[in-house]
Unconditional design. Structure first.
Length: 477
């Protein structure tokens, strides 16, 4: 990317993402995706530039707090002038429990030299240590100069990039995500491989045992297994009903919360309106003054409520689905256990599927808050009214607009979470049915194939058994 193209891109983006060009987000921008060829961004890594903290626009901080729990790591950038502020420390207290990994970056190190830089790093490290009493040796701080790094990239100067600290920090980030991804893949593959091997071993054991049975005994065992499947089917229906019941109760609880929030939001905004009138006293007042007073806190208020609501309900969704997931694991294993008992073969315990997260979509990229008051022709006449009547007219109009804004924002919030609930529960119900049916099908296919061999006599049982034992021997190596 050339300097000119980078400058043009920055200018273009600034029209949409800065408060100066897009005040109060009047352009209704939900998010901006920027794609760039970078080693750091390969393999699905996404860097998110948050709105920031400590801004005069409170909703920026609320928006940041809301989506941080969905991140694998956070880069906390502070400056040497000063190394860390009280606002930043308070923010850290709020997020440290919800972020698995924090990288602390000390920027603008080109401002300091030698001992001054060392003292600045030590001060930041001690401040972070005093905050949570962690092992001070485990606190990693990455001193960088973003300015030196940018110039080094422009000049294609690797040595200068290393001196800026950016090179080492970038390498650390890449290694962190590679190691994390590798660990997750290894864990998932190990569990999946173990389960596959256990299933294959039980299927081979079952096939060998079935082929050594007289046909009459085999049919008797099959009848017993089908009786067990009738019990499993009953349990599956009960589990499905319980899942539907939990979904209905969760949805009803959401409706109650939404109704409560409507009342709280109306009271909150109408109190602000009354305070705006009172602040003006008996003097001249206009619609815009009241409008600005009421509209200003709307984004931060609903952003905060949105975060609270999603944390609460996603926690409840996670708890409910994990409870049902345990039932799924138990029911699936009961099918294998029944087959093992009926056919007198060894049973191998299967690792159940892991925990389920309630979060489905990154809601922080899909919502915006309505702060707009619709034009009202009545306002044109207010200019000619006596002051007392004018205040009453403005209050009536603003009250009406507050009701509409609250209804719209709460409905958007409610609808997004309803969609989340519906999608997650539907997906789990489908997985539940598929896993049970797949397990039953695996066992019944082995028995059916054995019965078919009895009928067709295409090969001797002993030859088939020898082949199966050979496969089992190779499998266990």
């Amino acid at each position: 990317m050339t300097d000119d193209s980078a400058s043009n891109l920055n200018s273009f983006l600034a029209r949409y993402v800065t408060e100066s060009s897009n005040s109060k987000n009047h352009l209704n921008v939900s998010y901006v995706n920027v794609f760039y060829p970078s080693e750091l961004l390969e393999n699905g890594i996404v860097l998110i530039d948050t709105p920031g903290i400590g801004s005069v626009h409170e909703h920026n901080t609320e928006a940041t707090l809301n989506f941080l729990p969905q991140c694998d790591a956070a880069i906390f950038v502070v400056s040497v002038d000063p190394p860390i502020t009280k606002t930043e420390i308070e923010f850290l207290k709020k997020i440290e429990q919800s972020i698995p990994k924090l990288f602390f970056v000390l920027n603008k190190i080109d401002y300091l030299k030698g001992q001054d830089l060392t003292l600045s790093i030590e001060f930041l490290k001690k401040t972070l240590y005093n905050r949570n009493h962690a092992n001070i040796d485990n606190i990693s701080i990455y001193p960088v100069s973003a300015l030196m790094g940018i110039n080094a990239v422009k000049e294609n100067d690797v040595q200068k990039l290393k001196e800026s600290g950016i090179y080492d920090f970038k390498t650390e980030l890449i290694n962190f995500f590679k190691d994390k991804k590798k660990a997750l893949l290894n864990e998932a593959l190990q569990k999946k491989t173990d389960n596959i091997l256990k299933a294959v071993r039980m299927k081979i054991d079952l096939a060998i045992k079935a082929q050594r049975m007289p046909l009459e005994e085999l049919n008797n065992c099959l009848n017993l297994f089908n009786e067990k499947l009738s019990e499993v089917e009953t349990q599956k229906v009960v589990a499905s009903d319980l899942l539907s019941g939990d979904k209905r109760r969760l949805t009803a609880s959401l409706e109650e919360y939404a109704e409560k929030l409507r009342g709280e939001a109306r009271t909150y905004l109408k109190t602000i309106m009354k305070e705006a009138f009172a602040k003006n006293g008996s003097g001249e007042i206009d619609y815009d003054t009241i409008y600005n007073a009421v509209a200003e806190p709307i984004p931060s208020y609903f952003e905060h409520k949105f975060g609270e609501l999603f944390d609460e309900f996603n926690s409840r969704i996670t708890e409910i689905l994990n409870r049902h997931n345990q039932k799924l694991n138990t029911l699936t294993q009961s099918v294998w256990q029944a087959a093992a008992d009926i056919f007198s073969i060894s049973y191998y315990h299967f690792e159940g599927s892991g925990t389920i997260s309630g979060r489905y979509k990154p809601y922080w990229t899909t919502h915006k808050w309505d702060t707009s008051f619709t034009p009202n022709p009545e306002g044109m006449l207010e200019h000619f009214l006596p002051q007392k009547m004018k205040r009453l007219s403005i209050a009536k109009r603003v009250n009406k607009q507050i009701d509409l804004i609250v209804m719209h924002n709460v409905e958007n919030l409610r609808f997004s979470l309803i969609q989340n609930i519906n999608t997650l529960f539907a997906s789990f119900a489908q997985t539940f049915d598929q896993n049970i049916e797949e397990t039953i099908s695996n066992i019944k296919n082995v028995i059916s194939e054995t019965v078919e061999k009895y009928k067709n006599r295409t090969e001797s049982s002993e030859k088939s058994i020898v082949n199966l034992q050979s496969v089992l021997t190779r499998l266990m190596r």
